[in-house]
Write a protein of this length. Structure first.
Length: 146
C-alpha cells in the first residue's frame, strides 16, 4: 500500500481508496501494471548481473509487455552464472569445459585437443568468459521472448 495524491483536491490518500475521504471525488483504480513492474524489477535485481548492461533497458521494456503467466515462465528459466563460469574457466579452461558449457562445442573440442591453445587461449578466455556468458544468457531470453 502506498500514498498517492487525490486527483481532485491533491490530498494524500491510499492507493487502494476508490474515493477521496476529504472531497469524495472518485479515484482511478490502481494501475494494473504495478504488479508487473515489481515482478520485472525483482527479476532484473536478481538476474541483472547475468545480462549485458547495455541491453538491460530494452530487456526491461520487453518484460513489461509480458503477461503474468509469461513472466512466471521467464522466472523458471535457468541462466548461467558469470562467476561460476569464470571459476570453471580458471580451473578447467585448458580442457575447454567453459566453452562446452556455453554450447560452443566446436571451439571447446579444439581447445581440449590443443590443451587450451598451449595455455594462451585459456588465459584469453579468462578475460572474455563473463561477457560470453552474459551474451549466452541474453540469447536464451531473446529466444523465449520471440
Amino acid at each position: 500500500m502506498a500514498l498517492i495524491h487525490c486527483t481532485s483536491c491533491g490530498e494524500m490518500i491510499s492507493d487502494l481508496a476508490t474515493v477521496c475521504p476529504k472531497c469524495g471525488a472518485p479515484q482511478k483504480p490502481a494501475d494494473k501494471n504495478t504488479a508487473d513492474t515489481s515482478k520485472v524489477d525483482m527479476f532484473l535485481a536478481i538476474h541483472g548481473k547475468d545480462f549485458p548492461e547495455i541491453e538491460l533497458p530494452m530487456l526491461r521494456e520487453k518484460l513489461l509487455r509480458l503477461s503474468d503467466d509469461q513472466m512466471n515462465n521467464i522466472n523458471m528459466l535457468q541462466f548461467k552464472n558469470t562467476t561460476v563460469l569464470l571459476i570453471i574457466s580458471i580451473f578447467l579452461g585448458h580442457y575447454g569445459i567453459d566453452r562446452f558449457m556455453l554450447n560452443d562445442n566446436g571451439l571447446g573440442g579444439v581447445k581440449l585437443l590443443t590443451c587450451g591453445g598451449l595455455g594462451i587461449w585459456t588465459i584469453i578466455d579468462w578475460f572474455t568468459v563473463t561477457n560470453r556468458t552474459r551474451q549466452w544468457n541474453m540469447n536464451k531470453i531473446w529466444l523465449f521472448l520471440q
